[in-house]
Design a protein around this ligand. Sequence first.
Ligand SMILES: [Zn+2]
Length: 311
Amino acid sequence: MTQTAYISHPDCLLHDPGPHHPERPGRLHAVRNALLDEGLLEGLCLLDAPQASDAQLQRVHTPAHVARIRARAPATGETAMLDPDTAMGAHSLGAALRAAGAGIEGVRAVMEREADNVFCAVRPPGHHAERDRAMGFCLFNNVAVAAAHALEHYALARAAIADFDVHHGNGTEDIFRDDPRVLYCSSFQHPFYPDTPCAERDHLVHTPLAAGTDGAGFRAAIERDWLPALDRFAPELVLVSAGFDGHHDDPLAGLALVEDDFAWVTQMLAGVAARHAGGRLVSMLEGGYDLPSLGRSAAAHVRALCEAPRY
Ligand SMILES: [Zn+2]
């Protein structure tokens, strides 16, 4: 049977970007409660996220960025705005270090065969954080930290990052733009936030989706753009930026995906991992702001990981 690990940390609940912010602690409760309700949590290997070290963060961020995030952490009761969307409370630095550390632990777990695949239920999310800039609710680029750890610490030659969050992962692209060891596949509503220019590289696969795109359109685009590129690249590890804000019910975006579409794309990515990477797959939560559909979608994703073929 496939062993799926679930990595989180209570510190991730303490990140408070301020009242009425959509990226709120209840997101993680929604995910965990859905896994409990659907009977999935008891079958998972539960691991605590460690804090990422500065050396691990600086594989993908400038030392100045890491120092700035550390310096901006405010006193209790205060909120520091890094950009109009991105805020830090007193506990946000601790949460961000755990969120990045979850990916480090996830890579360790699959590389050391403690788990076949991993879902990291963490916040703040990461894929908008650039090498030298926090933005879009993101402080550190969690999935990029994980990919760099796989490449540097475990000396992998090729890692793929598949990002189905409704927003383009400009940060992940910024970090790996000139590193062909990482194949970055991103589907995203277009035109839409963050609307940063996409670079043209063989190892960057862009799948823009028009507002209103439903599951059939999404699946056709993934089959056309991602699966051939992933099979050609033959990654030794598959990382996933799992954003569920492409759901029909999400208030921040305009795609029309449903739970089955997230299960399907997870099955496709688990298949890539089985064919090329010994089944090794590490998925990290990104967006998803409607709590009921976030919970159900994350559960569909985790169920597909649990049912993934063994290598
Ligand atoms: Zn998003």
